[in-house]
Structure formats: C-alpha cells, structure tokens
Design a protein around this ligand. Structure first.
Ligand SMILES: [Zn+2]
Length: 346
C-alpha cells in the first residue's frame, strides 16, 4: 500500500514534471558510449548494445546473451484489431542493423513476460539464428511458445520456465548459470497498466496453448519477472551487477533481495511510468544503481528506426526529468540510447 501522502506527493511531482522541456538531440546517446564502473574488476569490457524496445545484446568476456528484441513492430491497428506474426525479414535486418549481426553463440534469450512485444520474435531467432540459446521465460511464456516450437525446429527442452526460481525483496530464489562468467536471478515483478489504469492482455496460462497465437491479445503477460545478472570475475567474486527490467512495476515488485550489494547498471523502462507511483525512484533506492540505461522507450508500432519517436501515451521528457532528479542531477549517471548504441563498461 502506498500512503496517501506519498501518492499525493507523487501526483504533485507528476504535475511539476509535466512542465519538463522537450528532449534535445544531445539527450540521446548514439554510437559508442564508455562507462567506467568496474574499478578494474573486469578482465575485459562488458558491452550492452541496445537493439530497440526490450532488446539488448549483453556481452561479458566469456558469455553472450540477448534480452528479447522486437523488430516485427505490427502497427497499432494490427495489434488492436487484426492478426500479428513475426516478420522474419525485419528481425534479420534489425539484428544486423542495430549491432547483433551474429547471435549464433548466444547462450540465452531472456524475456520477463509474455506480451507479444517481448516474445513474438524470439522463436524465430532461437530456431534459426541462436540455435543453442535457451529461452528464459515465465510460465505463461513457456505455455504460449509450446505450439510454436515445432515450426522452427526448437527442442522443447530449450525453453526454461524460471518462474519458480524467482526471488523477491525478502530473498529466496535460485541463481541460474547462463555461461562461464554470467549468472541470473529472476525477480518476481509486476507490469504497470498500459494507460489510464488498464493493463492489456494480463492473465496467465495454466496449459500449453493448443495452436500458435495469432493476435496480440493471445500473448498473455503471465507473472512478470525482472532479472539480476552477475558477471563473475573467475575468482569467486562478482565483477559487475546488471539489473534488467522489462516492464514498469509498482514497488516492491521487481526489487532485488534486501541486502544485495549495489547494482552497477540498471536497465529501466520509461514506457507507462506514470501509471505507478514512484518509478523510477523506488527501484533506484532498492538497487542503488550507479548508472541507468533506458530501454523500451520508443514507438514500437512503426518500423524500427535508428532515430525513433517515443512510445505513445508516455511523456518521455517528464520521465527523464524525474530520473535526473532522482540521480541528484548527475547527467553522467544515465544514458538514453538510440537503437544501435553500444555501451562499453570497464
Ligand atoms: Zn508488456
């Protein structure tokens, strides 16, 4: 429960933030960005390449993983009223264009929930390009993918339902190895309403879908997860912590367990931030993130672009103003990347 006083203050903040100036070109990162965060603990840089929407290619010295990208981008009309499907040409072009031309050695594709913008393009990538990758999803995601796997020759054992491994702010959960120097802790999270308090396509699947989904409203959310990734230094220590959020959540959903050491980089979502209180303040307080990368901020109802417009229904300048305040006005602590931006962490 959020006390009334805080809710009122959040509303007041939102009203003040409503005056935020428009973003300028210099507010967006492009090309190569370098962050010095590991204090020499990393034997080689870790890179995070923004592929657009929820997609990131995360490369540690010895492991490469993807968070689920979307390139098919059905129009708002199609998503609302017609059938949708993965556009395989758009996926191949998008991966190559935005910095992931070869994903053949990717060990895992992570998706925190099962809406189409997080999962629809994954089976083709896993079946045709990243043939050894596990698909790390929630239970509903696994059940939604079940009838699609045969189409792309994906062994069902590659689908890894990690819902039962999820931790929360009180602890619990189970670490999952993604490679020789990378491990993952799923976090029980939540999904903010899309607009005006309404969440589209919520609900869970208790059985495998009998046939592949053909409409957006068949891609049900399930229990949304966030992820804590730890890059290991090979000597039993953690060289870097990366927090990955793929939907805005109400506190304390999506929090890392209390007592977790501070996160170095948090990937946070601006889209729909105003539908909950205290985003991003609450998750920043919980993770103590030293640097914030913003993903899933662009309009994904039009074709992918290297210079996209913000997603409808979200006032991105207001979110950025609020993030700036939460980070004490330090513009060295956040990055708003254009698709294709490659963030190198040393
Ligand atoms: Zn969603």
């Amino acid at each position: 429960m959020v006390p009334r006083g805080r809710a009122g203050l959040a509303l007041a903040l939102a009203v003040v933030a409503g005056c935020a100036p428009a973003l300028e070109s210099r507010d967006f990162a492009r090309g190569a960005v370098r962050l010095d965060l590991s204090a020499g603990a990393l034997p080689a840089p870790v890179t995070l390449t923004f592929l657009g929407v929820g997609g990131w290619l995360i490369e540690t010295p010895r492991t490469r993983v993807l968070t689920a990208p979307l390139f098919s981008n059905p129009s708002l009309w199609r998503a609302g009223f017609a059938t949708i499907d993965a556009d395989t040409a758009a996926i191949a072009e998008g991966l190559a264009r935005f910095g992931a031309p070869d994903v053949s050695d990717v060990t895992a594709i992570l998706s925190g929930h099962a809406h189409y913008d997080h999962l629809m393009d994954v089976p083709w990538i896993a079946g045709r390009l990243a043939r050894d990758a596990r698909i790390v999803v929630n239970t509903t995601g696994a059940r939604t993918l079940a009838p699609i796997l045969a189409r792309w020759d994906i062994d069902p054992s590659r689908v890894d339902d990690v819902s039962d491994a999820a931790a929360d702010v009180n602890g619990g959960g189970r670490w999952i190895s993604l490679g020789p120097d990378l491990r993952l802790l799923p976090l029980r999270s939540d999904h903010a309403p899309h607009f005006a308090g309404m969440t589209l396509y919520d609900g869970e699947r208790r059985e495998d879908m009998p046939v592949p989904p053909v409409a957006a409203d068949e891609w049900l959310e399930g229990q949304t997860l966030a992820f804590l990734l730890e890059v290991l230094d090979g000597r039993g220590g953690v060289a870097l912590r990366i927090y990955v959020q793929d939907a805005v959540a109400r506190e304390p959903w999506g929090f890392v367990p209390a007592g977790t050491d501070s996160v170095d980089v948090a990937i946070l979502v601006p889209a729909t931030y105003a539908e909950v209180d205290w985003h991003p303040e609450a998750v920043l307080e919980n993770t103590r993130a030293r640097h914030v990368l913003l993903g899933h901020w662009e309009n994904f109802f039009v074709a992918p672009s290297p210079d996209p417009a913000p997603v409808p229904f979200t006032l991105l300048p207001d979110f950025v103003a609020r993030l700036r305040r939460a980070l004490g006005g330090d513009d060295g602590r956040w990055t708003l990347p254009l698709p294709g931006t490659r963030v190198e962490i040393r």
